[in-house]
Structures are given as C-alpha cells and as structure tokens.
Design a protein around this ligand. Structure first.
Ligand SMILES: *Cc1c(COP(=O)(O)O)cnc(C)c1O
Length: 397
C-alpha cells in the first residue's frame, strides 16, 4: 500500500500497517532490527555525497537507522505530522526540541504543571544556557498571552498534565503562540495520538515519552518528536546529532511492536481508568479525585472537546493527606509501587515525594499539587481485581 493509500485508513489500521510492507528480500513481516552502528558505502564518492546531503541513505545510527526510520514513519502517520524523530528518552526529546527552537537570550513560556523532569530542565539547565523559562498556570490561555515576550520562541504545554490531569486548551494556546511568531509544543504522553491530535488543533510539535503508552509494556525508555519536515530535519541534523540522544534500534523495534496494540490497550486503560475514578469518587475515605472523564473535573467540557477518550491515569487525595496516602500505597497487593505510567501493569506512586520531588513545597502549592496526591496508572488487569485491591488497602487507613 502506498503512503497516500495508508493515510486514508483508520488509526487502528495504521498502528498495524504503518511501519511499511514486509521486507522486500526476505518477506519478513516485521521490520528487522538493524543492530548496526555503521553502514557500508560503495565508494569514497558515495560517502562524500551521503555526508553532504546530496544522496539519501544511512551512514551512522546516531543520525539514522532503518528500524528507527520505520518507527518514525509510523509515528508521523499517527500524529498526522510530516516527519518524526525518535530519541533515547522523553527527556532527550524535550531537550532536543527546546534547543532546536530556542537559543541563549530567548524565552520559553511553559505550563507550570509538567512532568517533574521537564520542570527540572526548565528550572536548572535552561537558565544556565541563558534560556529563560516562564512557567504559568496554562489552564487559562490568558496567562500564556500575558507571559509572551518579544523573545519568546516556544510555548510548551502538557495536556493532560502530569500529575494533576489539568488540561491546556491546545487550540487557544497555539493561536496565541502563532500570533507572537512562536511555536507550540504539546507533550501528548498521557492522551496518546489515539485520543488527542495536537497538530490538528494548531500545535507545531508533539512530544512523547514513548516509555509510557507507546511502548506500553514497561520495557524500554524512549522519546519521539513529531512535526514539520523543516523542524524535524533541523532537530535531527543540528541538535540530536550534537547532543547525541539517539535511540537504539532494538528499542525502536520494541516501540513498533507496542504500537500494533496501542488502540486496544488504550481503550482498556481508559475503560478501567473510568471505573477506578468513579469508585474513588464515591468512596467515603477519598477527598478529591482528578480524572478528565468525570464531570466533576473542572475542565471536563474541554476534555470532551479536544480528546476522544480520557485515558488511564487517575489522581486523588485520601482524607488525612500524605500520611493516609502513604498508608494506602503501602497496603496495595496487586498494584506495584512504582513511577512511570502507561504500562499494562497498574502502578501507584506519590508525586510530591517521587516523580514531582523536583518541585519545591512552594511550587507544589502554587501549581495545586497536594502533598498527599496519589497517582495511579491504571493497567489492563480486570478492573474488579484493581478495585478489590484499592478497597482492601483503603480499609487499612
Ligand atoms: C515520563 C514523562 C516524560 C519523560 O520521559 P522519559 O522517557 O522518562 O525521559 C515526559 N513527559 C511526561 C508527561 C512523562 O510522563
């Protein structure tokens, strides 16, 4: 099937067929793992042409690899972008994306509710490079508008956000950025391309920690950027090539395998997520539940507008705060106490002391992350067993 024929197919079909045809020589249905650092050239002339860009082809796996190219092709289809760039981790994707757009003397306007590692990058490393990051409450696009400066090159969003599941109005924020001549990046890790398509909403760059739902099995660390050919070529040739955060061919292959079942897994995560959210919201020992699919979520209408499903991450606060939350976590039997998310296994953790320990106590307060917030990445086990585990752990409080 040609690329144009494929593009007209449904998302689930692209997940299975998007990486390309069976191998021409051997008929292998799945792309081979090209576990090779370097690629043979026929002549010195050919080598010179490959390096000058006159000729297309593979030279060295830091810059490109056929297994990784199959993954990038499929991810570009799924996010409806021109091109994609796979990297060693979500954080390699974040550093590469920001440095592809901003230089010393520029500024970035970002949501203040972000993955803890991204917040640390914005707070520590980028200011050392003289890139100012202005973090604002991006649940209201007006705050983005107010923060924009003449030197702002990038608006950095995360929706739904880790760990509170707050949302950013992608369409409204992208329009503001565009007016100021800045690009908009959306970290789409929580929603996945199955439930949210930021490029269609006006964003310019999509970022994934592919470690999460794209892999889906908790067996690899990886990141992906999707955007225009111009942006991706620059990010690959000028930034990743220098920073060196390339992905291994084996990890690309694992992601290709994960992608085949993405819609099936994400629907199940979402189905179970809704059940967990509803169960907790009616439980007398629970103070508050954050889940975009509940009509009690302050941005439920926006969730329905820009997402087609609500995902598998549920955050909540137990009455009694941090101590009670820790007691709940210490008493789970089926769930695993672990960071990361999007795995088939249900994982439970406390953001303030784990994934978001990069936020100071004041920052947590300002962003609205309660110290006792508990985050569950709901897996694809039978939901009865997940609810039973929560129920027995809650009786111990
Ligand atoms: C985990 C995560 C990241 C960082 O990705 P790594 O693969 O761990 O480097 C970025 N954004 C979000 C929303 C995440 O959950």
């Amino acid at each position: 099937m040609t690329a144009d024929e494929l593009r007209s197919k449904h998302f689930a079909t692209l997940c299975v067929h998007g990486a390309g045809e069976p191998d021409k020589e051997t008929g292998a249905l799945n792309p081979p793992i090209y576990q090779s650092s370097t690629f043979a050239m026929h002549t010195a002339q050919e080598g010179a042409e490959l390096f000058s860009g006159e000729r297309e082809g593979y030279v060295y796996t830091r810059i490109g690899n056929p297994t990784t190219a199959a993954l990038e092709k499929e991810m570009a289809f799924l996010e409806k972008g021109e091109k994609a760039l796979a990297l060693a981790s979500g954080m390699a994707a974040a550093t590469t994306a920001v440095l592809a757009v901003a230089s010393a003397g520029d500024s970035v306007v970002a949501s203040n509710c972000l993955y803890g590692g991204t917040h640390k990058l914005f707070k520590d490393l980028l200011p050392r490079l003289n890139i100012e990051v202005i973090e604002v409450d991006a649940t209201d696009p007006k705050n983005i508008k107010k923060a924009m400066k003449p030197n702002t090159k990038l608006v950095y969003l995360e929706s739904p956000a880790n760990p509170t599941l707050s949302l950013n109005d992608i369409e409204a924020c992208s329009a503001i950025a565009k007016k100021h001549g800045a690009l908009t990046l959306v970290d789409n890790t929580f929603a996945t391309p199955y439930y949210q398509c930021p490029l269609e909403l006006g964003a310019d760059i999509v970022l994934h920690s592919a470690t999460k739902y794209i892999s889906g099995h908790g067996d690899t660390i990886a990141g992906i950027l999707i955007g225009s050919a111009e942006f991706i070529n620059h990010a690959r040739g000028e930034i990743m090539r220098d920073l060196g955060g390339c992905i291994s061919p084996f990890n690309s292959w694992l992601l290709l395998r994960g992608l085949k079942t993405l819609p099936v897994r994400v629907e199940k995560h979402s189905f179970n997520g809704m059940r967990v959210a509803k169960y907790l919201s009616f439980h007398p020992k629970i103070k508050t539940v954050w889940y975009p699919g509940l009509h009690t979520h302050p941005q439920h209408e926006l969730a329905k507008k820009q997402m087609s499903g609500f995902g598998g991450i549920v955050a909540f606060e137990v009455k009694g705060g941090r101590k009670a939350g820790e007691k709940l976590i210490n008493n789970v039997k089926l769930m695993t106490i672990a960071v990361s998310l999007g795995d088939v296994d249900t994982l439970i953790q406390m953001p303030s002391s784990m994934t978001h320990s990069t936020y100071s106590a004041e920052e947590l307060k300002e962003v609205g992350i309660p110290e006792g917030l508990v985050r569950i990445s709901v897996g694809i086990e039978h939901y009865h067993d997940i609810l039973e585990d929560l129920s027995q752990a809650l009786t111990k409080i």
